[in-house]
Design a protein around this ligand. Structure first.
Ligand SMILES: Cc1ncc(COP(=O)(O)O)c(C=O)c1O
Length: 357
């Protein structure tokens, strides 16, 4: 007997996977270039022994949620955690998307918004950003009015451009959005701004705002998979309904809670990354490439003299891995480099200079 056929609509979906190649300088997936702080690792190790691993974990992740609520100065009922912010996005779409409902995206943006929408059988409606990657507010309002999306996604700073949407732009989208406005702030700590300033719970607009964050970047915990949202308590309850029971394991809850004791260290790291980002931008400015200002921990650039795919290969030969976005709609001919350690950034700039000369 042969295997059952998978859902027909899955055939049409491309995976979203960056190459996992063994190289000396890995600058392709926007992770933290440094491991978590040694003191965090020490406290994580020593606290692990206190976990009752024969028992299911706290289903509501109470301590972790409380620590996150304190960090953001919001009520604990407004926080929900999951296995990476991608799972947060999936929960939101399971709860608010689905057959007969639309999700709106404004391209180019994070591919997983579209991808997870389609996996959850949510139709995707897309508007385009302007050539400099700013939102075209006229287009946004028209798309929202025409398609009445249950979920509208913004990503600020945006991946892959690195550009942030301004507070006024986000407020305009929030006013126009008929359903939830989900602002993906995976890179929010590198910009210093947050849509949370719009989350006034006494207004209908504020209640529709969902801010999504991750431990994968600033917190240097991509390998542990932890993300969270801040939203109206009703949205949190909806996500709890669709998440699997005990979806967040005890070790991860502990890891996240302990990490929040290292805010100062993390802020120092953000300062280092933003300084290095400036140095890479200056280096790129001396080369024949087009670049765009970035508020994130990566920079998008378009080589002018050598085809991008060829540049990607020549960098790889020099053991430097960047993200090849050259065939992504809206960023054709572009590559994206993550900010690494100062040494890694030097290696990247040197390799790129050789590649383009
Ligand atoms: C915009 C954006 N959102 C979410 C994610 C996923 O983060 P997580 O590791 O928390 O699932 C990424 C990862 O690169 C991202 O770029």
């Amino acid at each position: 007997m042969s295997l059952p056929r998978v859902r027909e609509d899955l055939h049409a979906l491309d995976g979203y996977h960056s190459a996992q190649i063994d190289v000396e300088v890995r600058l392709n997936t926007n992770e933290s270039p440094l491991p978590p702080p040694p003191a965090w690792l020490e406290s994580f190790r020593s606290s692990l022994g206190g976990l009752e691993l024969n028992r299911y974990p706290d289903r509501r992740a109470t301590d972790l949620r409380r620590a996150l609520a304190d960090l953001h100065r919001v009520e604990v009922e407004r926080v929900f955690c999951a296995n990476g912010s991608n799972e947060i996005l999936q929960c939101l779409l399971l709860a608010y998307g689905g057959p007969g409902r639309n999700a709106a995206v404004f391209e180019p943006t994070y591919t997983l918004h579209r991808h997870i929408a389609r996996i959850t059988n949510t139709a995707v409606v897309a508007g385009q950003r302007l050539d400099d990657f700013r939102l075209d507010l006229g287009e946004v309002v028209a798309v929202l009015a025409e398609h009445d999306p249950a979920v509208t996604f913004l990503c600020s700073p945006n991946n892959p451009s690195g550009r942030s949407d301004t507070r006024i732009e986000m407020a305009t989208v929030l006013d126009a959005t008929p359903g939830l406005l989900v602002v993906d702030e995976a890179y929010g700590s590198f910009s210093g701004a947050s849509a949370l300033v719009l989350a006034d719970r006494d207004t209908a607009e504020g209640q529709r705002l969902v801010v999504v964050r991750t431990f994968s970047k600033t917190w240097a915990m991509a390998g542990l998979r932890l993300g969270y949202l801040i939203a109206d308590p009703e949205v949190v309850l909806a996500c709890e309904q669709v998440a699997l029971p005990y979806h967040l394991d005890a070790a991860k809850q502990l890891a996240g809670r302990l990490a929040l004791g290292f805010v100062d260290e993390m802020e120092r790291r953000v300062a280092l990354v933003t300084e290095e980002r400036g140095r890479i931008a200056a280096g790129l400015g001396r080369l024949p490439v087009e670049t765009w200002p970035s508020d994130a921990n990566f920079i998008l650039f378009r080589p002018r003299t050598v085809e991008a795919g060829e540049v990607w290969k020549r960098l790889l030969v020099r053991s430097v891995l960047v993200r090849d976005c050259s065939r992504w709609p809206g960023v054709e001919g572009c590559l994206r480099v993550t900010v690494g350690t100062p040494d890694e950034n030097d290696r990247f700039l040197r390799a790129l200079t050789e590649t383009l000369s």
